[in-house]
Each structure stands twice: as structure tokens, then as C-alpha cells.
Design a protein around this ligand. Structure first.
Ligand SMILES: Nc1ncnc2c1ncn2[C@@H]1O[C@H](COP(=O)(O)OP(=O)(O)O)[C@@H](O)[C@H]1O
Ligand SMILES: [Mg+2]
Length: 226
């Protein structure tokens, strides 16, 4: 069973010589298959926490562990490899590459870790089918609606069979019908492939679907749904 945890994690930013303490002594333990929501008002540090857990940013103090690996102790190239194989990230504004088709966008993480082959091509075909974007595979991102782009970003985050997907307000810019579709897709995809979801969200309908809900407030993380 894969496990992601952080121990006494703190993050501060220095802005014009003033220290801003965004996260203080955060402890969190997430098992493969768990669905964790992180709530908290804008500016409370949700994105910062997701970025650090996903190895995209470094804590000021404390540690993140993937199984027994302390991410801070890993060399950059090893960390990149571990990230590519274990983590997927879905941004609020999807960050698709404008000049590549939908299928090419989805393929990228598998090219980066040299795992693209015939069976991966078939897997991508299946993924596009289950996310209802197959008919868009040769289109460029600008032709797609917000909900479709977000589904492509989700497919891209899954392509390397990660154990953990981080989602930063994935439905923050969608109407309620598209949001509901994305909620259902994320839950069924997480169940189908056994992937943990770690989601920053304000979306109350979405939050209801999670077993573990945490709230970030005044730099501290507390359980919000006991
Ligand atoms: N790279 C950075 N440099 C300085 N301040 C930052 C940086 N990233 C985030 N912050 C600040 O940290 C706080 C938390 O930001 P963020 O994690 O984006 O919050 P949320 O995602 O909950 O809205 C905010 O006050 C933000 O301005
Ligand atoms: Mg944010």
C-alpha cells in the first residue's frame, strides 16, 4: 500500500523582508485509494500545500515522505522520475499546451518517462473514451470548452498510472453541470484505477463526496468532517 505523508511541514515566504508564515507544522497521512479534500479560504495556503506534497515546491522545514523516501533528500532527477511515476497534477486552469492536440497533450508524461508504447496508446484511447473526449483527440485545446479541457488535464494526470493525483480547485471555473460531471468522473476514475485524490476545493457539492476533509486556517490544518 503506497503512502504519502508530511511531518511537521512549514512554509514561509519572504516578501519585502517580511516573513509570511503560510503553513505551520502540518502533519498529514494519505494512503493509496483515499480521497482527501483540503478546504480553506482563498490565500489560506491550499495551493502551497499541494505543490509541496507533490514535490513541486520545497518546505521551509519539515518533510514529505512517499513511502520511505524523504522527498527533500532526493536528487532532482530522481525526484522528477518519482513524480512522473507516482503523481499526477491537475491545475485550476488546466495548463494544456496550446500547440499540441488533445491526444498529444495526454501523451506527454509518458514520453517524458519513456513509457509510451503500443499498450500505452491503447490505454490513452480507453482513457479518452471514459472521459468522453475521444471525438476531440485531434483538436487543439482552444477549440474545447472549459469542462472538456479539464477532462483532458485529468487524462494527462492519469496517463502514467500514478498512485496520487493532486487537484487544485479543478471545478473552480466550471458551471454546476460540468462540475458534477467532473466530480463523478474523478471518483469513478479514482476507484477504477485505485488512485488517491488530494483536492483543494471550495466546492461544497464536491466536498460532500470525500471521506477525509481538512480545513486550512491560520496556517494550521484541522479535520473538518468529524
Ligand atoms: N511564491 C510565493 N511567494 C510569495 N508569497 C506566496 C507565494 N506563493 C503563495 N504565496 C502567498 O501564500 C499565501 C497562500 O497562497 P496559496 O497557497 O496560493 O493559497 P490558496 O491556494 O489557499 O488560495 C498567499 O498569501 C500567497 O500570496
Ligand atoms: Mg490556490
Amino acid at each position: 500500500m503506497n503512502n504519502l505523508s508530511c511531518v511537521n511541514l512549514s512554509k514561509s515566504f519572504l516578501i519585502r523582508n517580511e516573513q509570511l508564515d503560510v503553513l505551520e507544522n502540518i502533519n498529514l497521512n494519505i494512503n493509496e485509494n483515499e480521497k482527501v479534500a483540503i478546504t480553506g479560504k482563498s490565500g489560506s495556503g491550499k495551493s502551497t500545500l499541494l505543490h509541496i506534497l507533490a514535490g513541486l515546491d520545497e518546505p521551509t522545514s519539515g518533510h514529505v515522505f512517499l513511502n520511505n523516501d524523504n522527498l527533500s533528500n532526493l536528487k532532482k532527477d530522481i525526484l522528477n522520475k518519482i513524480r512522473l511515476e507516482n503523481f499526477g497534477f491537475v491545475y485550476q486552469f488546466h495548463h494544456l499546451l496550446d500547440d499540441l492536440t488533445i491526444e498529444e497533450n495526454i501523451k506527454i508524461p509518458s514520453l517524458l518517462n519513456n513509457s509510451y508504447n503500443k499498450s500505452k496508446k491503447i490505454f490513452i484511447g480507453d482513457l479518452m473514451k471514459s472521459l468522453d473526449i475521444s471525438h476531440r483527440k485531434d483538436h487543439l485545446p482552444w477549440k474545447l470548452s472549459g469542462g472538456e479541457k479539464q477532462r483532458v488535464a485529468i487524462a494527462r494526470s492519469i496517463v502514467n498510472n500514478p498512485k496520487f493525483i493532486f487537484l487544485d480547485e479543478p471545478t473552480g471555473n466550471l458551471d454546476s453541470e460540468n462540475s458534477t460531471n467532473i466530480h463523478n468522473l474523478l471518483l469513478s476514475t479514482s476507484n477504477k484505477y485505485g488512485i488517491a485524490l488530494i483536492t483543494a476545493t471550495h466546492d461544497n457539492e464536491f466536498i460532500k463526496l470525500f471521506n477525509n476533509v481538512y480545513n486550512l486556517s491560520e496556517s494550521k490544518l484541522s479535520i473538518a468532517n468529524e
